[in-house]
Structure formats: C-alpha cells, structure tokens
Ligand binder design. Sequence first.
Ligand SMILES: Nc1ncnc2c1ncn2[C@@H]1O[C@H](COP(=O)(O)OP(=O)(O)OP(=O)(O)O)[C@@H](O)[C@H]1O
Ligand SMILES: [Mg+2]
Length: 348
Amino acid sequence: MAGTKVEKKEEPEEAVKETTGADKELELDTLPGVGPATKQKLKDAGIETILDLATSGPMDIADAVDIDVSKAVELNNKARKKLVELNRLEPDFINAADLLVKRKAIDRISTGSKNLDDLLGGGIETWAMTEFYGEFGSGKSQVCHTLSVMVQAPKGEGGLDAGCIYVDTEGTFRPERIAEIAEARDMDTEKVLSRITVARAYNSAHQELIVKDLGRIIEPNKVKLVILDSAVAHYRAEFLGRGTLSERQQRLNRFMHQLLRTAEIYNIAVVVTNQVQAAPDSFFGDPTRPTGGHVVAHTSTYRIYLRKAAKNRIARMVDSPYHPERDAVFFLDDKGVDDPSEESIRKK
Ligand SMILES: Nc1ncnc2c1ncn2[C@@H]1O[C@H](COP(=O)(O)OP(=O)(O)OP(=O)(O)O)[C@@H](O)[C@H]1O
Ligand SMILES: [Mg+2]
C-alpha cells in the first residue's frame, strides 16, 4: 500500500522542508514550458532541480538547453518565481519593515574570537557572502578551519548545529588542524570531522562544477556554511597576462554570482578567501589590493582585510553596507581563531 512513504504527503506551507518531501515540488517539469526534453538537457548539465535552475547563471542555462540568453533569463526567472511561491525566496518587492524582521532572523556563526565577532556584528552571517582577504600567512585559512568547526557548535554557543562544505583549491585543508581545534574547544573530534565535506578543486573549471553541484550536498547534510579557500587562486594561475584579463573577470564574475545566489536561496553563509597581491604603486602603504579585483569585491556582501601584527592578527571591516570601518585584534592558537591574552594586548 502506501508503504514507507506515508509521511510524505502534501506539506503545509511554512513547514521546514525536508529534502525528500520537497523533491516533488522542485521538479523541473513543474515549471510551465519545461517539457521532458528541456528537463533532460538541464539534468545532463547538472541542473537537477528548480533550486539549481534558480542558482544557475543565464549563460549556463543557455549553454545547457541550447537556447538564447533571453530565453534562459526567462527560465531562470520562472524558477525564482516558483521559489517565491514556495516561500523559499524573497519576492522582488518587499516592504522594508518586513525586510528588517526577516534580517533579524538571519543566523550567525562565531569566528571563535569575540573581538572578531564584535567586528562582524556577532559573527558571519547566513544569506550573505563574506570575503577574507590578506597576504600569505595572514590567517585566511585558519579562519576557514575554525569556522568549519564553529558552525557545528550548538545554537547559543556560537554555532548553528550544522554541517560545512569546504572547497579547497590550494590543497591547504588539514583534517589534523580541524581535530586540534575541535579538541581544544571540547567538541567531539570524530563527529566534527564527519560533518565537514571537503572538495578539492583542481582547476577553475573543476571549481565551477563543484559549486554548481553544491545544492545536492547542502540540503541532505544540513549545511549552513560553504567555504572557498581560495576563490580566485585558480583564475589567477590560469589566466595570465593582460590579454586574458577580461575573460578571467567574466568567468570569475559568473562564478561569484552563482555563489551569492546559492547563499541567498539556501540561506547559508558563504565564506571566500582572496590573497592580496602587493601592487607596486602601493609599495609604501598597505598592499590592500585583492587579486580578484573589483569582481570579488563587488559580489561579496562583507569584506574583511587581515594582516599580521607581531604575534597577533588584525582584521578590518572594509566597505560594509552597515558596519563601521574599524579594526579588531585576534590571535591564532590551538583553538584556531582566538582572542589575544590580556597580557599581549597590554604589551602593544
Ligand atoms: N596550530 C597552530 N597554532 C598557532 N598558529 C598556527 C597554527 N597553525 C597555523 N598557525 C598560524 O597560521 C599561519 C598561517 O595562516 P594561514 O594558513 O591561515 O594563512 P593564509 O592567509 O591562508 O595564507 P595563504 O595566502 O598562503 O593561504 C601560520 O603562519 C601560523 O602563524
Ligand atoms: Mg591559505
């Protein structure tokens, strides 16, 4: 008879959707104008659900189905509209008062340092993309490692009791470091490691494929944090020279927007790192020129510049829509990101 699927009948709206229950309403062919052939072409391109379709860029959709970009935009809009109907996405027009209420419901993940959390207004936000940029050794990967542990802490203790996806483009992810941080924070090391899904991206195209595939992993694993360490390194290495700069920026732009849409549609925190390249003309000042140039800067919701200062690290919030621009001091130790001891601050 109904067998094991009894509890999967119509869900009331407002209910938190479990993956399995939501599967049917997210089928591509529930959209007007999407027939079996289009559905198959989309699936072949890895666009499996309406969520995937809404997070894909028009160019990617156009390539997949072999249609004009304008038609692809239409298809993308239909997907977004459906998500609005399903209460999974904000409508285009929303009252500012409603928006404020909605923003109050945004979740935050602690960085592990109270100082840094204060700078961020309480931690990293979901529904947003946060960029950490700085020189080599400034602590970008350490921040990422610590966040992937912190997101798993219970609510009220800095975390969201959720999993993490760590896209490692430079081969610098270290499970041993995760274990060290978890242990120093009295967390169950095995459990913490098991809730981090690591994807090693070998080149920019591979990295783009991984990000297109995120949806499949986010929901079943209750992921609330996606990390890209680093977002731009492959683009920098593969597109050398002035001639290829615009192609690089275009590809990076598509990629960053896909990430931002993913953050918004799944209400997750996205963290990207970006290495600073010392520009010759800023030789005497801070080389605060991120490699991805304007593309990454414009797509990120929040940008934090990290630098070394003796044994401490200094973080500065740059260009935030609502945080004041100021500095916070943090420290790296066995807990990952931590606050400096009183003593070290006094010495400064
Ligand atoms: N277990 C640890 N305890 C204390 N500090 C550590 C520990 N592990 C790493 N560090 C510190 O972290 C620094 C490296 O930082 P990190 O790897 O985050 O740099 P990054 O900004 O990611 O650099 P890159 O641009 O090269 O990727 C080391 O120089 C060291 O000072
Ligand atoms: Mg690093």
